[in-house]
Every structure is written in structure tokens, then in C-alpha cells.
Design a protein around this ligand. Structure first.
Ligand SMILES: [Zn+2]
Length: 179
């Protein structure tokens, strides 16, 4: 007779709908951003209370401290520009007393749209770390690649796909219950 522990080692038959590339473990490019991305996911979780899509963003200062945070509040304040990134950038600029956020990193749960990519370029943020890809509207590699357009004179480093599955699942869960 098979022991309980032996039975537990049999892998369950899980259907894989869309094959994903094998994750790199450890991933030196992305792993260091996992902790701040978890904070951004927690920030995103505040959005559905007002019917807003859960997207969360942080601005980290040059030393890694959080100097701005925001979640999507388009419905909450009735402002089409109140995306998480813009809210976080405004808070960081107010806190530092300057529009130029050189040396800062923006961490966001969803690939930035064209507006937010533009705001990131204008703010001189040096690095953008994002989670889920937005194939319909993303401007950081999916639909457009605004932040790495060589015609612009400020091009932040872009780190895509940090905790991408967790970020995508948060969005999926929202749309499953709200739409
Ligand atoms: Zn946006």
C-alpha cells in the first residue's frame, strides 16, 4: 500500500492554458524589486473600495525610501488623469519640493500607459519597474515603447515583469467581480 507521503509526491494534473517561459531562479534583475512591488500591490488593493481598477505605484528615492505612493483613483476623484503613477509622482514632487525626480525609481503593478510614460519621462525618473504587461494600452514595450524611444533625450531603465503573475491575478480578480 502506498504511504500518504508517497501519494503527495505525485504531481497533480494541472492544465496549462498558455505556456509561460521558464522562470529564471534566482533572477538578479527582478528579485531585488520584489519587496517594493509587494508594497505597490498593497497600495493597489486600496483602489477597489471606490470602484477603481487596482493599480498601485510607489516612487522610491535614491536611497530606496518611499517618497511617493498612489493608487488608481479615477472613479474616486472623477479625474481621468488620476492614474497610480501620476498620483505617486505628484506626491514625490511635493515631498521633495522639486519636479525633477532624478535618481528615483517608480514601481508600478501594471505597465504604464502613454500618459504615465510621458509623465515619467518628464519627471526625469531614472528607472521604472513594473509587474503585469498591458497588451491593450501598455507604453513600456507592449503597444508602444515611449520610455525607450531614442528620439527622446531622457530614457529611464525599464525592468518589466516583476511579480507579474501576482499583479495580473489582482487585476483579474477585480474584473471577475466588477465587470
Ligand atoms: Zn497611466
Amino acid at each position: 500500500m502506498q504511504s500518504a507521503s508517497a501519494r503527495q509526491t505525485v504531481p497533480p494534473a494541472v492544465p496549462q492554458i498558455a505556456p509561460l517561459p521558464a522562470p529564471v531562479r534566482p533572477d538578479p534583475v527582478r528579485d531585488r524589486w520584489a519587496a517594493p512591488m509587494r508594497l505597490a500591490i498593497a497600495e493597489a488593493a486600496l483602489a477597489p473600495a471606490t470602484g477603481d481598477v487596482p493599480v498601485g505605484a510607489l516612487v522610491l528615492g535614491p536611497d530606496g525610501e518611499v517618497i511617493g505612493r498612489g493608487h488608481n483613483e479615477r472613479e474616486a476623484v472623477g479625474d481621468p488623469t488620476a492614474h497610480a503613477e501620476v498620483v505617486a509622482i505628484r506626491e514625490a514632487a511635493a515631498k521633495t519640493g522639486q519636479w525633477r525626480l532624478s535618481g528615483c525609481t517608480l514601481v508600478v503593478t501594471l505597465e504604464p500607459c502613454t500618459m504615465c510614460a510621458g509623465a515619467i519621462v518628464l519627471s526625469r525618473i531614472d528607472r521604472v519597474v513594473y509587474g503585469a504587461l498591458d497588451e491593450k494600452a501598455g507604453a513600456a514595450g507592449s503597444l508602444f515603447d515611449v520610455m525607450r524611444d531614442r528620439r527622446l533625450n531622457h530614457r529611464p531603465e525599464v525592468v518589466p515583469g516583476v511579480l507579474a503573475d501576482d499583479c495580473a491575478e489582482q487585476l483579474r480578480a477585480f474584473f471577475d467581480t466588477h465587470r
